[in-house]
Design a protein around this ligand. Structure first.
Ligand SMILES: CCCCCCCCCCCC(=O)SCCNC(=O)CCNC(=O)[C@H](O)C(C)(C)COP(=O)(O)OP(=O)(O)OC[C@H]1O[C@@H](n2cnc3c(N)ncnc32)[C@H](O)[C@@H]1OP(=O)(O)O
Length: 259
């Protein structure tokens, strides 16, 4: 019934473009299954959710959803609590911040000079290109700017299989690149990965939850060195160790503080 109404609205849109162009877009309608899905997920503690289906704000993939297992939800709640400011400490900024995560880069970003507009309009961030929650990369990044480090909770879905029952090494590398790149980008601005070194210490079971600990090592001119460890959620088991080198690509590279 709801979908029928929405299809009727969709057919009506071309006849009143001035009225609807911005508020009701086809892109918004694509999000309806996600919104219905999120309504089901709300029982599991989804923090903010709008029932208004024509929102133009992008979907934040780092919110809890029904595919998260109990461990993912529990560790998320623990870190999320660190992001909240208590009433008596309103003047103090909490050191931790949960980063939102969208499936597109900035809408008007330049670059990708060989990309046609059609390709660019369909482009999606690699780790966020599936609509099915839980199938691949479920993750959320918490940033601590003061300490120049971050943690990422990662639940590996069934499409990431490498060896039977375990996560593919390339999927692990993807997450390490994402987490270290996000930290470098957050601290200094736009960067490109120049080098990634990974030591795989123990396999990651498919469907399990792990934590990636990213930390700034040092900055030397344009070069940003970041380390990363992937562990079990209680940190008793080391899965992967990595170092990454990022090169700043913006014009601002010589103006940030070297520490
Ligand atoms: C909104 C959504 C967010 C979502 C956030 C998601 C985050 C995801 C992040 C993913 C990031 C990626 O995957 S990026 C995609 C993968 N990476 C790439 O495609 C990069 C391809 N490579 C390049 O474009 C280039 O080589 C660069 C930019 C890396 C470097 O070129 P450049 O700027 O000309 O640098 P250049 O002057 O040559 O070198 C600068 C210094 O770095 C050193 N250097 C350069 N490359 C290397 C290297 N591989 N290993 C060691 N050292 C190196 C040089 O020796 C030099 O040192 P010295 O002489 O100064 O001492």
């Amino acid at each position: 019934m709801i979908l029928r109404c929405l299809h009727a609205v969709r057919r009506f849109i071309p006849h009143c473009p001035a009225l609807c162009r911005d508020a009701v877009s086809k892109r918004s309608l694509v999000k309806i299954p996600e919104l219905l899905y999120s309504a089901r997920a709300s029982a599991r503690g989804l923090s903010k959710m709008s029932l208004w289906p024509f929102s133009v704000s992008p979907w934040d993939f780092s919110q809890p959803n029904a595919s998260w297992n109990a461990e993912m939800q529990e560790v998320y709640d623990r870190y999320n609590a660190l992001c909240e400011v208590k009433a008596e400490e309103t003047e103090k900024k909490p050191p931790w911040r949960k980063l939102p995560s969208y499936n597109r880069s900035l809408k008007y970003v330049t670059g990708g000079v060989y990309l046609s507009k059609i390709i660019q309009s369909k482009a999606r961030l690699f780790t966020r290109n599936l609509k099915e929650h839980g199938a691949a990369f479920e993750y959320v990044v918490f940033m601590n700017k003061q300490e120049k480090r971050c943690v990422c909770l990662f639940q590996a879905g069934h499409l990431l299989e490498g060896p039977p029952g375990y996560v593919h090494g390339g999927a692990i590398a993807t997450m390490i690149d994402t987490v270290t790149g996000t930290l470098a980008g957050y601290l200094v601005g736009p960067v490109m990965t120049a080098n990634l070194n990974i030591n795989y210490r123990s396999p990651v079971p498919l469907g399990s939850v792990v934590v990636l600990h990213g930390a700034l090592d040092r900055i030397e001119g344009k070069k940003v060195f970041v380390t990363c460890r992937m562990t079990s959620t209680d940190e008793s088991k080391l899965h992967t160790e990595a170092t990454a080198l990022f090169i700043t690509v913006g014009p601002q590279w010589n103006s940030f503080e070297v520490s």
